[in-house]
Write a protein that binds this ligand. Structure first.
Ligand code: SIN
Ligand code: FE2
Length: 215
C-alpha cells in the first residue's frame, strides 16, 4: 500500500478525506444539526468526580448518545440528560457516509455533536474513545466550521503525536490501530469560517457502541 507523504507517521488505520463534503453539502449538514439541536439542545458535559466542565458543549444523534456527569461519569444513554427525550435519529447523509467509508456490517448507534465555541476557547484534551463495548468498529468524524489542529499519538498516554489541520468538510476515520490511539484537538482557528451560523467548529463523530449480534 502506498501511504501519502502527508500521512507518514500516522498510525495504521488513520484516514483523512480532505473536503469530502462540498460547501452545499456542508450547509445541508448544518441544517440537519440545527434541526437536531432544536429537539435535543446542546448541553454542558462535565467530568466525572470533579464536575469540571468540558470545554465543548454537546448533543447527539442516534439510538444512544454519549453523556457525562459528576456522579455517573462517561457513558452512553438512550435519552437526553436534560429533556429526558430520545435523541434525534442519525441523519441519512451520515449513515451513508459510514457505509461508504467503513466496511462495518452495521450502522453506528451514536453520533456525538461537539460544538467548539469561540467564547469558551474550546479545545479537546488527548483521550482514547473507549466508552464503547465495541472497540473494533471504526470511528468516523466530520469537521464543520473553523479549522482545527487534530493530534494523534499512540495507544499509551504521552509520547510523540502527529498533527493534521482539519478544515470544514473534512472527514477522518480511525480504524484498526488508530482506533485505540490517543487523540485530541489542540487548537481551533476561530473566526475563519462562516459555515457554523453561531461561529466556531462542529464535529460530528459516529461510533458503534455495541457488538453486532450474529445470532
Ligand atoms: C473527538 O475526538 O471526540 C473529537 C475530535 C474532533 O473534534 O475532531
Ligand atoms: Fe475522540
Amino acid at each position: 500500500m502506498i501511504i501519502p507523504d502527508s500521512l507518514q507517521g500516522f498510525p495504521p488505520g488513520f484516514a483523512h478525506y480532505p473536503l469530502y463534503f462540498s460547501s452545499a453539502e456542508q450547509a445541508e449538514l448544518i441544517e440537519v444539526v440545527k434541526q437536531g439541536v432544536a429537539q435535543a439542545p446542546f448541553f454542558q458535559p462535565v467530568m466525572p468526580r470533579t464536575g469540571a466542565p468540558l470545554s465543548v458543549v454537546m448533543s447527539n444523534f442516534g439510538a444512544l448518545g454519549w453523556v457525562t456527569d459528576k456522579d455517573k461519569g462517561y457513558r452512553y444513554e438512550p435519552r437526553h440528560p436534560k429533556t429526558d427525550q430520545p435523541w434525534p435519529e442519525l441523519p441519512a447523509a451520515l449513515g451513508r457516509l459510514w457505509d461508504k467509508l467503513t466496511d462495518y456490517p452495521a450502522q453506528p448507534e451514536a453520533c456525538l455533536i461537539n460544538w467548539y465555541k469561540e467564547d469558551k476557547a474550546s479545545k479537546m484534551g488527548m483521550h482514547v474513545d473507549n466508552d464503547e463495548n465495541n472497540l473494533r468498529a471504526p470511528v468516523v468524524s466530520v469537521s464543520l466550521g473553523d479549522p482545527a489542529m487534530f493530534r494523534i499519538g499512540g495507544p499509551k498516554r504521552g509520547g510523540p503525536t502527529k498533527g493534521i489541520k482539519l478544515y470544514s468538510g473534512d472527514v477522518v476515520v480511525l480504524a484498526d490501530d488508530a482506533r485505540l490511539c490517543h487523540h485530541g484537538v489542540s487548537k481551533v482557528w476561530y473566526g475563519k469560517s462562516a459555515v457554523v451560523p453561531r461561529g466556531g467548529r462542529i464535529n460530528l463523530t459516529m461510533r458503534r457502541v455495541n457488538e453486532v449480534s450474529t445470532s
